[in-house]
Design a protein around this ligand. Structure first.
Ligand code: IVH
Length: 669
């Protein structure tokens, strides 16, 4: 039996939770390499929140709970920078970069030197001040001399460390960015709620940082990448490269895509490499920043009136081009949304011929004041389909676009609901909707059925072979082989891929159902929280909302979906084919509690059952429902019943809450 262990003091427990949360935030938001699930992380934050609510005197501004964003304010205070936040001179091509290199070599009188090449992140620059090991203040660039104090908003950025090892005061400077995924999600949500779209991730980042309500910033998933550290307004290390390593060591997000270059040729190699990689990066970049590594040499080179002589920004050519809009047609998506697409006179943009560009929705066409016949500027970024940036010149003959009242594919009614940006075909049997929904179901990130592409789905739908996603599982090699341009061998491959999809984890099945607002991530979160598809299908709105990130709107949509008899039938058919309905949790193999099985019973003094479970799982342990000879520990709170008796008879060690914490911490040493 365990010796009696005194309960940890609330303040010790708070410290411990904060340390764990900080560790996991750093893993997730800075290193992009999480060790625990989102649900486990949320449970830790909730446990801390609860203790802080009970002991408000122990709440501090550097606590991870303070990232949620406090009260809105009236306006921003102005604040002066410790030294000017300058911008950089640009080099627009190789010749301009070489001219910069020649100038530097001349000014340094032939002395040896190195360059540091970094990506030029496309966001907005911000300074952040630290003292006594804590984050104190954040200021936007403003006019370079005076910026706006955005401290409370910056606190909500998860990659901004709220505590650092260094105690002496210092300042960092870097870029606030929004990655493309968050940007797309944000715009999709704005479409849904009828708000205007942000034009690009930079505007979205700026619009999210400079809002008076920190809770809005908190909801927008921004990132802070730093590239400078200053002490009393001056560089703190003898070389820039060292300062970047030091910043990463303090817990800041520093872009790992950087290089110490011996000469301009190596710089050019770096530039060309990332020009090619540009589209695959998760965030927008608009060039490469090149700096002299040695701070002594930086000082020797000095500044012009507006920019340093020791650095330059190499700008990538914007992937834009001008062309004429020859027509606008509509695409029907799987939710029935009608997306207007501009048909363009083909034009080359960054090595690719473009003949179509998305216009998103009716409001977007209105915002652009676009008509057929106009000459427009189009832009290609990470997206597959380029977009129209603006109208360059009105056409001599113009034709206005208007949304039809019937679906161009099936003739069904088109409706635009109040507060929505999208117009939708409301015919549930619209073949275009069906086609898109089958393609989505079979796509790589959902059921990953290789071979089920455009041409095949088109035939399956138009011949009436597939009327619902479940019909895919009734296909045979003979049926598939009977379609145009399809051999026996590829038909057999497709059937094998369909078979294999049945083993894919439950969240994929859930996102394959195409419930509104339930994409891959939400499906993961629901699966982690609720465990099985049946539980999710029968959950109440309140139960659904115990899940992180699920609000009333999403819960409502899930309820509505499962209240439809047709959808229930679909579910039963998928079960019948043997698709996965249970969520198999990825368990950690290491951690202080790895290999131990716990049973929880009774009421614990500070933790809820879920919180205790999350803590155990975060430490690699397993929690099960009933006591057996395989149980490693019973964790018993007040009013523990039969499980306690059973554990006693089986001689299983019994822990109280403090004992549990002790165990999770002790074995960590
Ligand atoms: S150094 C005095 N490094 O680009 C030196 N800037 O055109 C100033 N930027 O205002 C900046 N990534 O907003 C630097 N790795 C990077 C950067 C970067 C993006 C932005 C920053 C700056 C602008 C200069």
């Amino acid at each position: 039996m365990h010796p009696p262990i005194s309960p940890a003091s609330p303040s010790a427990r708070i410290d411990e939770l904060r340390e764990q949360i900080r560790y996991h935030e750093h893993r997730y938001y800075v290193l992009d390499d999480p060790e625990i699930t989102d649900a486990e992380y949320d449970a830790l934050v909730r446990a801390l929140q609860k203790l802080e609510d009970e002991h408000p005197e122990l709440r501090t501004p550097d606590s991870p709970t303070q990232r949620v964003g406090g009260k809105p304010r009236e306006g921003f205070q102005k604040s002066a920078h410790s030294s000017a936040m300058l911008s950089l001179d640009n080099a627009l091509d190789e010749a301009e970069l070489r001219a910069f290199d020649n100038r530097v070599r001349e000014l340094l009188n032939g002395a040896a030197f190195q360059y540091v090449a970094e990506l030029k992140m496309d966001g907005l620059s911000m300074a952040a001040r630290f003292a006594d090991g804590t984050f104190r203040q954040a200021i936007t660039r403003g006019d370079g001399e005076i910026g706006e104090d955005v401290t409370e908003n910056a606190r909500t950025i998860r990659s901004m460390p709220l505590t650092v090892k260094r105690q002496e005061a210092f300042e960092v400077r870097g870029e606030v960015v929004m990655n493309r995924r968050s940007f797309d999600k944000l715009n999709a949500a704005r479409d849904e709620s009828g708000q205007s779209r942000f034009a690009n991730p930079r505007n979205a980042a700026a619009g999210s940082l400079r809002v008076l309500e920190p809770a809005i910033t908190a909801s927008r998933t921004l990132d802070y990448y730093v590239y400078f550290v200053l002490e009393d307004g001056r560089p703190a290390f003898p070389s820039h490269w060292e300062s970047l390593d030091w910043l990463a060591g303090q817990g800041f997000k520093v872009n790992a895509k950087r290089k110490l270059c011996a000469n301009v040729e190596e710089v050019l190699e770096f530039i060309r490499h990332y020009e090619g990689e540009r589209e695959t990066l998760p965030y927008d970049i608009d060039g490469v920043v090149i700096k002299i590594d040695s701070i002594e040499q930086q000082i020797a080179l000095g500044y012009t009136a507006k920019a340093p002589r020791w650095a330059i920004a190499f700008k990538y050519a914007a992937r834009q081009a001008e062309t004429e809009v020859e027509g606008i047609s509509l695409q029907v998506g799987r939710t029935g949304a009608l997306t207007p697409v501009a048909y363009l006179r083909p034009v080359e943009v960054g090595g690719v011929t473009v003949s179509r560009a998305t216009l998103h929705n009716e409001d977007e066409i209105e915002r652009l004041e676009l008509q057929i016949g106009d000459t427009v500027v189009i832009e290609r970024s990470g997206d597959v389909i380029p977009k129209v940036v603006r109208v360059k010149m009105q056409g001599s003959t113009r034709q206005r676009f208007s949304m039809p009242t019937t679906c161009p594919v099936c003739g069904g009614h088109v409706v635009r609901e109040e507060g929505e940006a999208a117009s939708r075909c409301i015919n549930a049997n619209c073949p275009a909707r069906l086609r898109e929904s089958i393609l989505h179901f079979a796509s790589r990130s959902v059921m990953n059925i290789d071979g089920v592409g455009d041409a095949l789905v088109e035939q399956l739908v138009s011949r009436g072979i597939v009327k619902s996603v479940a019909d895919i599982y009734d296909l045979t090699a003979d049926i598939v082989a009977s379609l145009d341009r399809m051999g026996q061998k590829s038909a057999e491959n497709i059937i094998r891929n369909i078979e294999r999809s049945k083993t894919l984890p439950m969240p994929r099945v859930l996102s394959g159902l195409q419930i509104r607002f339930v994409g891959e991530r939400t499906a993961e979160l629901l699966a982690e929280q609720l465990g099985s598809l049946d539980i999710i299908a029968d959950a109440t709105a309140a139960e659904l909302q115990t899940c992180p990130e699920i609000g009333p709107k999403v819960a409502e949509s899930i309820l509505a979906f499962f209240s439809e008899a047709e959808n229930r039938k679909l579910l039963e058919r998928l079960r019948g084919y043997g698709l996965q309905f249970e969520h198999t949790v990825k368990r950690k193999k290491s951690g202080p509690a790895a290999g131990f099985t716990f049973v929880l019973t009774g009421t614990l003094p500070t933790m809820t059952r879920d919180e205790a479970k999350a803590q155990i799982e975060a430490a690699g342990g397993k929690v099960v429902g009933s006591v057996s000879s395989k149980t490693s520990y019973l964790v018993a709170g007040e009013e523990a019943g039969s499980k306690l008796d059973k554990a006693r008879t089986l001689n299983i060690p019994i822990l109280d809450e403090a004992g549990l914490i002790q165990l999770l911490v002790r074995t960590e040493e």
